[in-house]
Design a protein around this ligand. Structure first.
Ligand SMILES: Cc1cc2nc3c(=O)[nH]c(=O)nc-3n(C[C@H](O)[C@H](O)[C@H](O)COP(=O)(O)O)c2cc1C
Length: 373
């Protein structure tokens, strides 16, 4: 399920942010795709009440601001979580602005359920926020209530509240949707993070088993060039172009997002982590032991098991020297040469030689001086 949390606290290390994070983390563990929008940092203005959205705008607000980012998330979201400190017995002003601007969509089309997270200085101050939540979201939008969790600084046990939110995340039904290969590739090609336990990550696991089986077959004994082409076609799920050559062993834990041009040669011992997409142009030569890595892990500890994909594009006639590593999102221009042992972290201009870790341009290829003699 797609879950959108609107965090209305301006304090990044405050109680509301920690409460939203506790829920988000456990919901992700249950396989849901959770997006936390910090509305206080998004410059969202209040509704102008001009009704442009209800007429000429056809659901589009006349104002251009942080809501431009929120509207598509709202349209995709199946669950909306409102998280806010109590300010003067209601939501924070920034969250209230965002809520009022939902008016442009009237009832966001995918929303089915919602929850409310509130933090306050004292007890029994939630009436205003809960009234608005129940009247506007449960009654008017017809959403199912998944729970209201409050914390008051005077009397509350914060660790117990966080645990309650973790339980709430875990109690959401596990997202067991199975997705097709096409949906998987579309999700990876979008460059959006792949959350641990989500249907996309489950498909990734399924594909990795198939790839491990096929590469074991490829690497386990001698195969003729024709047999290698057949196994490689099965591994990538597409026909192999003319002039393709590969010296095993070859390693991949996906295979289905590799696209090769004609006359590509892959030398022995290469590792293609291709979930994020690997595209190799005509005539490219990939040296011994080259690693192409299209997935990064999250840097935040709570996102360490999530993945960020990015396509690696290798131009025509590129030569990648042995034991080089090319990282997520890099494009290598036509005819470029990557010196052995390089770690390529940034795009490489066409017709240049790069080397080092991180790789930098050493020089341009000279059509006269560099001719073989
Ligand atoms: C402008 C403002 C208004 C507040 N109004 C109330 C209030 O009406 N009742 C209350 O109990 N606490 C009130 N508080 C205290 C906050 O709700 C409380 O400190 C909350 O836990 C802050 O959440 P945070 O840590 O996520 O920022 C107010 C705080 C501010 C800054």
């Amino acid at each position: 399920m797609q879950i959108l949390i609107l965090n209305g606290s301006p304090r990044p290390k405050g109680h509301t942010a920690a409460m939203a994070a506790a829920f988000a983390e456990s919901a992700r563990e249950t396989g849901h795709d959770v997006h936390v929008a910090d509305v206080c940092r998004m410059h969202i203005s209040g509704c102008l009440g001009c009704d442009y959205c209800r007429g000429e705008g056809q659901g589009r607000c006349v104002q251009r601001d942080g809501m431009d980012e929120i509207y598509p998330l709202l349209e995709r979201a199946e669950m909306l979580v409102l998280a806010s400190p109590i300010y003067y017995h209601g939501f924070s002003g920034q969250l209230q602005c965002a809520i009022n601007r939902i008016y442009a969509l009237d009832k966001p089309k995918s929303l089915k359920c919602s929850a409310l997270i509130l933090s306050s200085g004292s007890a029994d101050v939630y009436g205003g926020a809960i009234y608005e939540y129940r009247s506007s979201f449960l009654d008017y939008m017809g959403l199912e209530d998944k729970g209201i969790v409050t914390y008051d600084e005077e009397h509350g046990d914060f660790e117990a509240v966080l645990e309650k939110l973790r339980r709430m995340g875990r109690s959401l039904e596990r997202d067991r949707r199975t997705i097709s290969l096409e949906e998987f590739l579309a999700a990876l090609d979008s460059g959006e993070p792949v959350r641990a336990g989500s249907p996309v990550s489950m498909k990734m696991h399924e594909l990795s088993q198939e790839a491990l089986r096929l590469t074991a077959e490829l690497n386990g004994s001698y195969h003729s060039p024709r047999e290698i082409r057949e196994i490689f076609a099965e591994l990538t799920g597409r026909p192999v172009e003319k002039g393709f050559g590969l010296f095993p062993p070859f390693y991949t834990d996906c295979g289905k997002n590799i696209k090769l041009g004609s006359n590509v040669f892959i030398n022995s011992g290469c590792h293609f982590q291709d979930q994020g997409g690997i595209e190799i142009g005509d005539g490219a030569l990939i040296g011994h032991g080259v690693v192409l890595a299209t997935l990064d892990h999250g840097l935040l500890p709570e996102e360490r098991h999530d993945l960020k994909p990015g396509r690696i594009t290798i131009g025509k006639n590129v030569w990648i020297g042995s034991n080089s590593t090319v990282l997520r999102g890099v494009t290598i221009g036509d005819n470029a040469v990557v010196a052995a042992g390089a770690v390529v972290t940034k795009d490489v201009p066409a017709n240049t030689i790069v080397g080092g870790a991180p790789a930098r341009v050493l020089r341009e290829i000279d059509p006269e001086k560099d001719r073989l003699k």
